[in-house]
Design a protein around this ligand. Sequence first.
Ligand code: FE2
Length: 388
Amino acid sequence: MTDTISRGAANQAGAILNKNAAAEAQDFLPLKGIDHVEFWVGNAKQAAHYYRALWGFTPMAYAGLETGVRDRSSFVMVQNDIRFVFTAPIGPDGEIAEHVAKHGDGVHDIAFAVDDVESAWRETTSRGAVSALDPTEIEGKKGTLRRSAIHTYGEVIHSFVDRSDYHGAFAPGYHRVTQPAPAATGQVLLEVDHCVGNVGLGEMNRFVDFYKNVLGFAQLIHYDDKVIHTDYSALMSKVMTNGNGRIKFPINEPAAGKKKSQIQEFLDYYLDAGTQHIAMRTEDIVGTVRVLRERGVEFLGMPHAYYESLPARVGDVGVPMDVLEELGIEADRDEEGYLLQIFTRPVQDRPTFFFEIIERHGSRGFGVGNFKALFEAIETEQARRGNL
Ligand code: FE2
């Protein structure tokens, strides 16, 4: 295979940006944003500690034996507009225990905030979505939470949540954490920028059609495997977005390469389609990455050669190149502006889910100019795991 990614030519070569995508999205499903992401994990108490101590999330609500919930333990962690829920089973049976046994820790639910959970459920199931929860009113002392849900790729679901008549901590069954242990400070993570799904070979277009036809999303960008490949592996990706542009879901599928692609490695260990990474947006990536590194968050490293060629590709990005290199931050530029980004190593034992931190300055892209260097960095890690 030849090297098709060089000097920012990638955008012209094979990444097609649809600037009107959000406007083209259909409005039968108005989504206000991502309400929360729930992870099903083996040990929620220790996960909550990891996200508090290393990532600076504040514990906000808890459900478990002490709150009358008998089958699970859940911790709600917040940072600005990001709300993560970590849930573990407290017994060997049931869907959470089975999910964790099969997949390891992973994303269970990418939940949307809506005004009308009944309409959201009806509009999507009538277009072919499989229901995961019929519209339900959950009564609690602090009001009524309305919720419904549909299935998407793998075992991931999308809940629709209306909390307009609920005034409690998170949901009935949860108690507010009244004296939260102080979260670490110095990092600034503002909101979920995008959530990436990995699906099996030949499945990408099926889920692109799902988000288009069932949820009314439009396609923002298409990267083909001529763009996204290294000497060893390749993938294809299409990015779907909703009507207000706040929700961005890239969908990846593996493509044939000389060796195992990182998408195939994910699928081999997650044993299903699943959420590969979540990008969190910051306006201070340098300060944030510096403190996250000090606290022990593990990021992918980039080789010195990457930074030697970077100025010619991206020009001035407001941060000295030696600082980017010291912290392992990558940069990319397109016709609309630039972005800075960095990726963690997998955050659980299996080489599956990881995080991205992204700082945007005009660019609405996803760092296509970094894909080749990034994938080579990932392949170095795959080789260390004996999976290349
Ligand atoms: Fe990303």
